[in-house]
Design a protein around this ligand. Structure first.
Ligand code: NAP
Length: 327
């Protein structure tokens, strides 16, 4: 941590070492870091938990170019981390609490430090959405899970339900059949939004049963999950489905709480950018799942990270030429 100093108009105890500050440590962040470091921009990644983000909870990645065989999310993360570090990216495990803009500089306050830079790349990703039904919170970690890769192995020979109709519900539902005796996929409509190739795999899997037009009303149990109560939204019929686990895959919400109202554009607070991934604030970029209209794929997150990094390099050169940045 740098001592007390004034960084181009920002007063106080501020670390001014970095040309680029990347908030978040998923694939978008790691790819941005590879490019900024290779452009000889001193780069720090601020990550609150662990690198990889949602990638770490993804067992089966078949659509990331360059890996014709399936690659696991953890292995892909480790490879990306090694690549970013090879070019000099620094990774600090700190939680970002606040982002302010002072005289054009972005000031990032974490739980331990304060940083300032002209360039900040927001790459904080998203967290799983909740169903919001009785029992969901109570039985979290006791049968309710949002991550098949993390918890699937606890359900060897058991009966589980998976909720949702997107790629996550289907791919993670298929993954769960490695352990579980049965997987009932419960979806609120009669059409899936998941990719056809995954649906074909699921429909041909003898361990998977699909329940359509159905929502979970409550999750019940004594010490851990014993079952769910469902309702068919067409017939209104209620059912009790005994099960040992409930895996919920109903989308995700962007991690933008630390921004306050700085950049929110919709109810879930996804961030709007231009084609260079720059937000409404000069020098502030957003990439990956926090971005409005992002396709939320690993490959698109990587592309967005790279785009922001190249744009940031040009922006810094521009700021220097205009005298706005002294670095
Ligand atoms: P998603 O595509 O947004 O799907 C969410 C699903 O949850 C939808 O089927 C939705 O139903 C349902 N849902 C939402 N709120 C619900 C609620 N309150 N109650 C019941 N159901 C609810 O999310 P995702 O599956 O996590 O995928 C996110 C992105 O990651 C997508 O772009 C996807 O392609 C990508 N992804 C790719 C892979 C892969 O290719 N290997 C794997 C995972 C994810 P409706 O359909 O009725 O809205």
């Amino acid at each position: 941590m740098a001592g007390p100093e004034c960084h181009e108009g920002v007063e106080g105890d501020v670390n001014k070492d970095y040309d680029v500050i990347i908030i978040g440590g998923g694939p978008a962040a790691l790819s941005a870091a590879v490019y900024t470091c290779r452009a000889l921009l001193k780069t720090v990644i601020l990550e609150k938990k662990y690198l990889g983000g949602q990638l770490v909870g993804t067992e089966l990645i078949e659509n990331y170019p360059g890996f014709p065989e399936v690659i696991g999310g953890v292995e892909l993360t480790q490879r990306m981390e090694a690549q970013a570090k090879r070019f000099g990216a620094e990774i600090r495990y700190e939680e970002v609490l606040k982002l302010d803009v002072e005289n054009g500089l972005k000031v990032v306050t974490t739980d331990t430090d304060k940083y300032a830079s002209h360039i900040v790349i927001l790459a904080t990703g998203a967290d799983p959405k909740k169903l919001g039904v009785p029992g969901e919170e109570e039985f979290y970690g006791k049968g309710v899970s949002y991550c098949a890769t993390c918890d699937g192995a606890f359900y060897r020979g058991k009966n589980v339900v998976a909720v949702g109709g997107g790629d996550s519900a289907i791919t993670e539902g298929i993954f769960l059949t490695k352990y579980a005796q049965s997987v009932q996929i419960i979806h609120r409509r009669d059409e899936f939004r998941a990719t056809k190739i995954y649906l074909d795999d699921a429909f041909s899997n003898p361990k998977i049963k699909v329940i359509l037009n159905t929502v979970i009303e409550s999750i019940y149990g004594k010490e851990k999950v014993d079952g769910v109560v469902t309702q068919n939204i067409v017939t209104k019929e209620k059912k009790d489905i005994p099960c040992d686990g409930v895996f919920i895959f109903v989308g995700s919400s962007p991690n933008t709480g630390f921004l306050g109202s700085l950049l929110c554009v919709d109810a879930g607070c996804h961030i709007e950018t231009n084609i260079h991934m720059e937000t409404a604030l000069e020098g502030l970029y957003a990439v990956g799942d926090i971005r409005k209209n992002s396709y939320r794929q690993i490959a698109t997150a990587i592309g967005e990270g790279v785009t922001a990094a190249i744009a940031a390099e040009h922006k810094l050169a521009e700021l220097k030429a205009s005298g706005k940045s002294k670095k």
